[in-house]
Design a protein. Structure first.
Length: 381
């Protein structure tokens, strides 16, 4: 609950806060929401009524086993809004459609053999148009397209040299006007920082790291997640390119036997090299909680995390990324969802139309979308 802040911002914050609680907890009654938030029952009833009217929340049965009249449970409608995340690398584009629960409802990989920014942007717009035209994603539910890209694109956007929406920090505001193509550019490193916490709603580590295996492998260290004051730092992994090349080859091969159970094999060897590189470069500053992902298959990510976890010992937790090769795209989508619909992005002097009006804009379709079904979950590669 907010105090000492104008009513418009407080109302929007409370609305987003309830949606976030239902997103992370699954179901709660109005009384439970009042206990968690500190808001009064009439206030909760009013906010819940607006969210139900707009199609973001629905009633999902009654409690049982207690005295008195059973209370009605509330549940977030996870497919009420969709965000599209795009990861642009040197040779291909990875695109995902993510719902409010962080679930990937569609994903695809597309070859990309051009480096011109305008052509790449046009390719992204065409791909999104194809998704909506084919009915794979309902255009009325799309709240935005977030493009994760390192290098000059982000630099230009942050300096205002391009007509784009740039979220310069996780949970920050996109204060610049959107481009005609309605693409929001974010940092690949911030996207990695956003992905795991968004999908693992039960995990709020104070500090964690993400080992990302790309053409230029990096360790992304995230601190302050539980406090809300996030700091993201990315460093290249020494000899990482050689390690990544071997892992990419392992991803393309069809393994006929486990690669790590006996402590031998390509992936296990790479885990040893990676463990040594991390120790030599960062020493004790390597986070005890690590996620492993990048442009490798889920199987390779699991094997690598298992082998690296054994080497790092019982004091560390090493997990495979939720979706190894689509982590950046998912994180980009998560950043935009948090910025536009969740509490992180609203603590500002005012709410502009681009951010604060998103719930209202989507609410216009509420009567048509209260019983949303998931979009096609197929994978196109």
């Amino acid at each position: 609950m907010l105090h000492g802040i104008n009513l418009e911002v407080a109302a929007e914050w409370n609305r987003r806060m309830l949606l976030q609680i239902l997103r992370t907890s699954g179901q709660k009654t109005r009384r439970e929401l009042a206990a968690v938030t500190g808001l009064s029952m009439p206030a909760i009833a009013n906010i819940a009524g607006l969210l139900i009217k707009d199609g973001f929340v629905r009633e999902s049965g009654r409690t049982s086993g207690n005295r008195g009249q059973p209370a009605i449970r509330l549940q977030m409608v996870k497919d009420r809004a969709i965000c599209i995340g795009v990861d642009v690398s040197s040779s291909r584009m990875r695109l995902v459609a993510v719902n409010l629960a962080g679930q990937v409802v569609h994903r695809r990989t597309q070859a990309l053999d051009v480096a011109d920014e305008a052509v790449v942007c046009a390719t992204i717009v065409d791909a999104v148009a194809e998704l909506t035209a084919s009915g794979i994603v309902d255009a009325r539910k799309v709240i935005g397209v977030a493009v994760a890209r390192c290098g000059s694109w982000i630099d230009h956007a942050d300096r205002g040299e391009a007509a784009t929406n740039a979220i310069v920090r996780l949970g920050g505001r996109a204060d610049q006007p959107a481009s005609e193509n309605e693409l929001t550019f974010v940092s690949s490193y911030d996207a990695l920082a956003a992905m795991e916490p968004f999908q693992r709603t039960d995990h709020e580590a104070e500090r964690f790291g993400y080992v990302h295996l790309s053409d230029t492998p990096s360790l992304v260290t995230v601190t302050g997640r539980s406090t809300g004051h996030l700091h993201v730092e990315a460093k290249r992994i020494p000899q990482g390119a050689k390690i990544a090349a071997r892992l990419h080859a392992a991803s393309e091969a069809k393994p006929t036997a486990p690669t790590t159970n006996d402590g031998t094999g390509t992936v296990a060897d790479c885990a040893g090299d990676l463990h040594l590189a991390l120790h030599e470069a960062y020493g004790r500053s390597v986070p005890t909680t690590l996620y492993v992902g990048g442009y490798v298959t889920d199987l390779v990510a699991v094997d690598l995390a298992t082998a690296l976890g054994k080497l790092r010992g019982s004091g560390s937790v090493v997990c495979p990324a939720t979706t190894a090769d689509y982590a950046i795209a998912i994180g980009a989508a998560a950043m935009l969802i948090e910025d536009r619909l969740m509490p992180q992005g609203v603590l500002c002097p005012k709410i502009n139309d681009d951010i604060g009006g998103e719930l209202e804009r989507l609410g216009r379709f509420g009567s048509q979308s209260n019983n949303c079904e998931p979009a096609d979950g197929g994978v196109a590669n």
